[in-house]
Design a binder for this molecule. Structure first.
Ligand code: FES
Ligand SMILES: [Fe+2]
Length: 455
């Protein structure tokens, strides 16, 4: 790809991204068997072929700022500890003592500045996982400490997220993500974003029902009708890119309504649906003012559009706060790119903010349940980050957390889909053309399930 800036692949005039018309029928699996959502046997195979082999996000780098800070990560019934070492490096270990397997960390987070101590017989480990002390060597006898380090698993970071791979022999994270993906995401500076929302809750659907729900825009008319005023998927302008495992799609932000005044009104109303846009409105008003006639009505000369002014206002506002958005294109100021990082990460991102949906199988292994994790991140000046940082919330009482409207609509829908999928006569789902991202996603799943470790 020869684009000067990584965002330029999306420019419809440059024609670098694929349009829906360019995607050949049959490129991806659009007929999805339903047993992958409901069958315990499929879930068991999926655990080995996918979950025990893929890089998965376990948190944000800024959750573990100090030496000795650790957090636990659980996938199905497997438990890991990620800890910041004396050398500042993050490492991951199987959460089990090498003596007789006692769980080392039984809380979610903590600090182990002086290392880990197993409560059972008091063996101790340093932050690099080395066995340091064995209680009562007179009773224990000769223990080869070099052979009893904690079992290490690969840990790495990207875009401010900590990734872990349960497979000790996994290929490096950058290879798994791919150079294109890393480059296309680089200029957003997501590694500097602050977590402003972080909620986890067990819900009654398979983890892939969650992923599917965020990989298409076809359901907006059905369950998010209020979004139609600001979000209209236009098959002529939507652009896609498919990578080996991951994908990105974008429906360029189009202001709804004919005529400059209607378009300006539409942008002024954006914060009601997308609160993150509120900061941009004052600058947008300044930019619109010169085009306002005496009657207050807006008229634009050729070449000026509400979309362009929104982009300019976004760039000015972020730059004015001292934030670096110079590597992003104008389109990236206004358009949310929808990224799928296999297997369980969906993100919408534009300049200054991103929203992430993740889902993992329920630890109890029931394919009809999962844990969904929704979070939002904002690019803020360093001096404001602490004030805006949100603490993680774990919702125990179903329905007790107030998600914002669109998310609530998805939250209610997903268990309903799972109920339908459980009917054994329904052996497959049929995807429509707009759901091509889901088609690609399930084609990757099929490959993993067929090949296991080789993908
Ligand atoms: S199991 Fe940890 S010291 Fe015995
Ligand atoms: Fe939705």
């Amino acid at each position: 790809m020869s684009a000067a800036r990584s965002g330029e692949w999306l420019d419809p005039d440059l024609g670098l991204g694929l349009g829906l018309e360019d995607i050949k029928p049959g490129a991806f699996n659009m007929t999805i068997p339903t047993d992958r959502y409901t069958s315990p046997e499929y879930a068991r195979r999926e655990r080995e072929a996918i979950w025990m082999r893929v890089w998965q996000i376990v948190g944000r780098v800024d959750e573990l700022p100090k030496v000795g800070d650790w957090k636990r990560y659980q996938i199905l019934n497997q438990s890991y500890v990620i800890v910041r070492g004396k050398d500042e490096k993050l490492r991951g270990f199987v959460n089990a003592c090498r003596h007789r397997g006692n769980q080392l960390c039984d809380r979610e987070t903590g600090n182990a500045k002086r290392g880990f101590l197993c409560q059972y017989h008091l063996w101790s480990y340093d932050l690099e996982g080395k066995l340091r002390g064995v209680l009562r060597e007179d009773l224990a006898g000769q223990i080869d400490k070099t052979k009893n380090s904690l079992l290490e698993v690969p840990v790495d970071t990207f875009a401010g997220f900590i990734f872990l791979n349960p497979d000790a022999d996994a290929a490096p994270l950058r290879e798994y993500l791919g150079e294109d993906v890393c480059r296309l995401l680089e200029h957003y500076n997501i590694d500097q974003f602050t977590t402003v929302m972080d909620v986890q809750e067990a819900i009654d659907c398979n983890w892939k029902v969650v992923m599917d729900a965020f990989e298409e825009g076809y359901h907006i008319n059905g369950i998010h009708p209020q979004l139609l005023a600001v979000l209209n998927i236009n098959p002529k302008t939507a652009r896609y890119q498919f990578f080996e495992r991951h994908s990105v799609a974008v429906a360029p932000f189009e202001v709804q309504g004919a005529g400059p005044q209607k378009q300006v009104d539409g942008i002024m109303a954006l914060p009601e649906t997308f609160p993150g846009t509120a900061a941009v409105i004052p600058r947008f008003q300044e930019l619109v003012a010169p085009y306002q006639g005496k009657d207050g009505e807006v008229e634009f000369p050729d070449g000026v559009t509400a979309r362009r002014l929104l982009q300019e206002a976004t760039r000015d506002t972020l730059t004015g706060m001292g934030l670096d958005v110079s590597g992003l294109t104008d389109d990236q100021m206004s358009d949310n790119q929808g990224w799928v990082l296999f297997p369980n990460y969906f993100m919408t991102v534009r300049a200054g903010e991103c929203h992430v949906i993740m889902a993992v199988p329920h630890p109890d292994g029931d394919p009809n349940r999962c844990i969904w994790h929704v979070s939002s991140y904002m690019y803020l000046p360093a001096e404001h980050r602490d004030a805006f940082r949100a603490e993680p919330v774990v919702v125990d009482e179903p329905g007790s957390y107030k998600y914002f409207e669109a998310l609530h609509q998805d939250y209610v829908q997903m268990p309903r889909q799972q109920k339908g999928l459980r009917n054994t006569r329904l052996d497959h789902m049929s995807l429509v053309r707009e759901e091509v991202v889901i088609g690609h996603y399930h084609s990757v799943i099929d490959r993993y399930m067929a090949n296991g470790a080789t993908t």
